[in-house]
Design a protein around this ligand. Structure first.
Ligand code: NAD
Ligand code: IPM
Ligand code: MN
Length: 367
């Protein structure tokens, strides 16, 4: 049988820097654990625009549809701020999500023990935190029609449309209930049913799907109250399911519970392919971090943990995923910190590649 295939799209800014560390880790699993991948690499975002005049070439899109999983770094940056909206780097990522139909975006927020002191919240609020946000990723206000900037009388109007069909809500709800079944069996759905019809439908459909999962304790919260509860006492949550835009905001918020945006991975999953694996794209939650790009300061952990999610969700290698997560944990416990994780007196930050070295050393020690 041929090796599973991985398409790597490093993208822009710190994307290529953090992805370089992931590539070393992928090589390690090939050499030391017999987990070999056929890896190909291509351009996305501003890097693709620079070469092709579009943030995602059709050939790259086609490749993404064929491989077992895509691993993406980050896209965007100030260099591309003035580009026409249709060719902005972010459009490349949105096209991948939409055309691969990656409707279920898993964004875990886990507080590593060694970082509990580092969160901007009190230690007892975040220590041991382990929640999973399931963000709907292919619909809602990100994609709804009509959209655009139009002339209206003597001024312009900017329009985006929040739109959800029952089937779109049903499928993402099911994926969240399935996850809850494998975790703490608690699901909180967040919308704004008090002011939005799409929220009323969301609540109704999630409740209906819940009838198929009687073991899962389902609750509902308005998303604004949810944001408040996430900072007040985040450990009340197990799995949260929410729409595309609320999920974007709430997952950045949840990231800071864990200490840094540089720590948070994500998996974007679609329907199963012919081989039974879900269509999948893995990427850190953070962006291209233009403020630190090119300086060797970026924390590669979010991207490395995104590969761990790939091992778990695409390659049935949950044990190896845990090995990698344990290695990250051990490195943090040793006090190894990239600059985004500083806060303790007298600790000198390590570079992106030194963080990679430290994680590889722990992996070596694990076999
Ligand atoms: P950002 O996530 O790039 O950066 C926010 C802050 O977090 C910055 O101070 C940055 O230095 C820090 N940070 C982020 N990742 C880090 C890491 N791995 N290590 C250390 N520090 C890290 O968000 P932004 O500044 O709002 O956006 C910059 C660009 O990235 C924009 O063009 C945006 O559209 C894009 N973006 C892309 C993605 C993606 O590719 N999935 C996600 C978010 C933002
Ligand atoms: C994210 C990002 C993206 C989003 C952008 C870059 C398109 O913020 O992945 O969270 O808004 O979904
Ligand atoms: Mn975001």
């Amino acid at each position: 049988m041929s090796n599973p295939s991985l398409l790597i799209l490093p993208g822009d800014g710190i994307g290529p820097e953090v992805m370089a560390e992931v590539r070393r880790i992928i090589d390690w699993f090939g050499a030391k654990r017999g987990l070999e991948f056929d890896v190909s690499e291509d351009l996305v975002g501003g890097a693709a625009y620079d070469k092709h005049g579009a943030p995602l070439h059709d050939d790259t899109m086609a490749k993404a549809q064929e491989v077992d999983a895509v691993l993406l770094g980050a896209v965007g940056g100030p260099k591309y701020d003035d580009l026409d909206f249709s060719v902005k780097p972010e459009r490349g990522l949105l096209r991948l999500r939409k055309e691969m139909d990656l409707y279920s975006n898993l964004r875990p927020a886990q507080c590593f023990d060694a970082l509990a002191d580092f969160s901007s919240l009190k230690k007892d609020v975040v220590a041991g935190l382990d929640i999973m946000i399931v963000r709907e990723l292919t619909s809602g206000v990100y994609f709804g029609e009509p959209r655009g900037i139009f002339e209206e009388g003597n001024e312009r109007v900017g329009i985006n449309t929040q739109r959800y069909t029952e089937s779109e809500i049903d499928r993402v709800a099911r994926s969240a209930f399935e996850l809850a079944m494998r975790r703490g069996k608690k699901l909180c759905s967040m919308e704004k049913a008090n002011v939005m019809e799409s929220g009323i439908l969301w609540r109704e459909v999630v409740t209906r799907v819940g009838a198929d999962y009687p073991e899962v304790e389902l609750s509902h919260m308005y998303a604004d109250a949810g944001a408040m509860q996430l900072t007040r006492w985040p450990k009340q949550f197990d799995v949260i399911v929410t729409d595309n835009l609320f999920g974007d905001l709430l997952s950045d918020l949840a990231a800071m519970l864990t200490g840094s945006l540089g720590m948070l991975p994500s998996a974007s999953l679609g329907a199963p392919m012919a081989n039974g694996r879900p269509k999948a794209l893995y990427e850190p939650v953070h962006g291209s971090a233009p403020d630190i790009a090119g300086q060797g300061k970026a924390n590669p952990i979010a991207c490395i943990l995104s590969f761990a999610m790939a091992l778990r969700y695409s390659f049935d290698a949950g044990d190896e995923a845990a090995r990698l997560e344990d290695a990250v944990n051990a490195v943090l416990a040793d006090g190894v910190r990239t600059a985004d994780l500083l806060g303790e007196e007298g600790v000198t930050p390590v570079s992106t590649s030194q963080m990679g070295d430290a994680i590889l050393a722990k992996l070596d020690a694990s076999v």
